[in-house]
Every structure is written in structure tokens, then in C-alpha cells.
Design a protein around this ligand. Structure first.
Ligand code: FES
Length: 253
């Protein structure tokens, strides 16, 4: 029906153009005539001339109304398509989210991590584990090697010397949600056993890389996780890139 309406409107446009061209030509080639002159020239009555003019203006009105309706319909359809392509995600997963105050996330050293209490906190709205490492965390690297690797793994050093990471909950093997297990002091995927350290670095299992992580920043005392900005390029660590030593406890499936 939309195609038929479009074709009809195009036909109207073409006719309208032809008519306007004719009128313009007439305007150029002929002097303007009064209804009385029309009567003399064409042998018709002045009334007939008025009726003819009125019909012409009604047809124009109808055509322009159709064009207006078609234009509005097309605009609405284009706006709808753009909304589907670029939905407004403000305040939802896929945008920058305020996940709480800094004071809500108690910093801890890796061996002391407990979900929701120390070092690691889940935020469902952001599908994120917020990791807050104490300033005296023992890293395996130092100097520029450490700062470069922190950047590469989207680990943010705060002004008080602590470190923040926003880990995406999704296992990078086949997408299961990965829980943090207090008894393992690490993340262990229940689907096929991929195992990740407190900072998301791969430990063992079939996952092809370390956990993905979002950009994390601060707005005053608020902690902001930008779920539109994800680092998916943290490979398996080796002795030149691993930041934190694996946990000392075994983690059975
Ligand atoms: S989906 Fe997590 S190990 Fe397969």
C-alpha cells in the first residue's frame, strides 16, 4: 500500500509540475484575462470561468494535502528507523552508569577478597564486578612495565593510591555469567571451568583470553562504569605481563 501511495504521489507531483509549467507558459505568452474577457473569448459565461478556477484550486489543494500527508508519513518512518538503529540507552546497560559511592567499595588485598564485602562488588545494572585493590597490593611488575600493563588492562589508579577495575561478568569462552567464589578467591565459570584471577586475568580453562573490562572513572565521589566502552583485548598473561600472582588456594569445580 505504501508503494502504491508513493507511486500515486509521484504521479501527482509530475502532473502538478506539468500544470505549473503550463500556467507559467500561459502567464508568459498571454496577458491575464478577466472573467468578462474569458466570456468574450470563449463564448462561455463569467460564471463558467469562476467555476473552472475554483475546480483548479480544489485540485491543487487536494494534491498538496496528499503531498503533506506523504511527507509526514515518510518523516515518521525515517525517525522510527533511526530510533531502532540508535536507541537512547541513557541510564541503561550500554551507557555510562553511576554504580555507587567510592565509600561503598571497600578496598582489599587479593587474599582478603570477599564478594560484596571486600575488594569485589557486583553491580547487576552494569553487569559488572567492581574490583577495588588496596594501595599496598603486591604487583608482579614495577616501574614503567607496571604502569603500561595497568593501562593495557584498564586498571585505574586512584588519587589515594588504590586501584579500580570494572570486569564484565560475561565469560569470554562462551558467554556464561562468571561468579566470584570466596572459597577460590577468584572467578570460576560454572559452564566449562574457565578460571580468572581477582583482576580478571586468565588462570586456566578454555577461555581464549582474560575477562573483558569496562572503562571506570569518578565523578566526585561517584564511581562511573562506562558500559559503552569495553576493552576486549587482554590476552592470556605470561611472566612479562601478569599483574597479580594466582591465588594460593585450589579451586575445584
Ligand atoms: S562459558 Fe565459561 S568456560 Fe565456557
Amino acid at each position: 500500500m505504501g508503494v502504491a501511495l508513493g507511486a500515486y504521489v509521484l504521479q501527482l507531483i509530475a502532473e502538478d509540475k506539468t500544470e505549473r509549467t503550463t500556467l507559467i507558459t500561459d502567464d508568459v505568452n498571454r496577458p491575464h484575462i478577466t472573467p468578462q474577457q474569458y466570456e468574450v473569448l470563449h463564448g462561455g459565461g463569467a460564471e463558467a470561468a469562476e467555476i473552472a478556477k475554483e475546480r483548479l484550486s480544489r485540485r491543487r489543494f487536494l494534491r498538496r494535502s496528499m503531498l503533506t500527508v506523504w511527507g509526514l508519513s515518510t518523516t515518521a518512518a525515517v525517525a522510527g528507523a533511526l530510533y531502532m538503529l540508535y536507541p537512547n540507552l541513557a541510564g541503561q546497560f550500554g551507557s555510562a552508569l553511576n554504580v555507587g559511592k567510592k565509600a561503598d567499595f571497600t578496598a582489599a588485598k587479593p587474599p582478603d577478597f570477599k564478594i560484596g564485602q571486600a575488594g569485589v562488588f557486583y553491580r547487576q545494572e552494569a553487569k559488572t564486578y567492581v574490583v577495588h585493590l588496596a594501595k599496598d597490593t603486591q604487583f608482579l611488575l614495577n616501574g614503567s612495565n607496571l604502569s603500561d600493563q595497568l593501562d593495557a588492562e584498564t586498571v585505574v589508579k586512584d588519587s589515594d593510591g588504590t586501584y579500580w577495575i570494572a570486569l564484565y561478568q560475561r565469560c569470554v569462552h562462551l558467554g556464561c555469567t562468571v561468579p566470584f567464589r570466596d572459597n577460590c578467591v577468584s572467578f570460576k565459570c560454572p559452564c566449562h571451568g574457565s578460571h580468572y584471577n581477582v583482576d580478571g586475568e586468565w588462570l586456566d580453562g578454555p577461555a581464549p583470553k582474560s575477562l573483558d573490562r569496562f572503562a571506570i572513572s569518578f565523578n566526585g565521589t561517584d564511581v562511573v562504569v562506562d558500559t559503552a566502552s569495553v576493552n576486549t583485548k587482554v590476552p592470556h598473561p605470561d611472566q612479562t605481563t601478569r599483574l597479580i600472582a594466582p591465588p594460593s588456594v585450589e579451586c575445584s569445580v
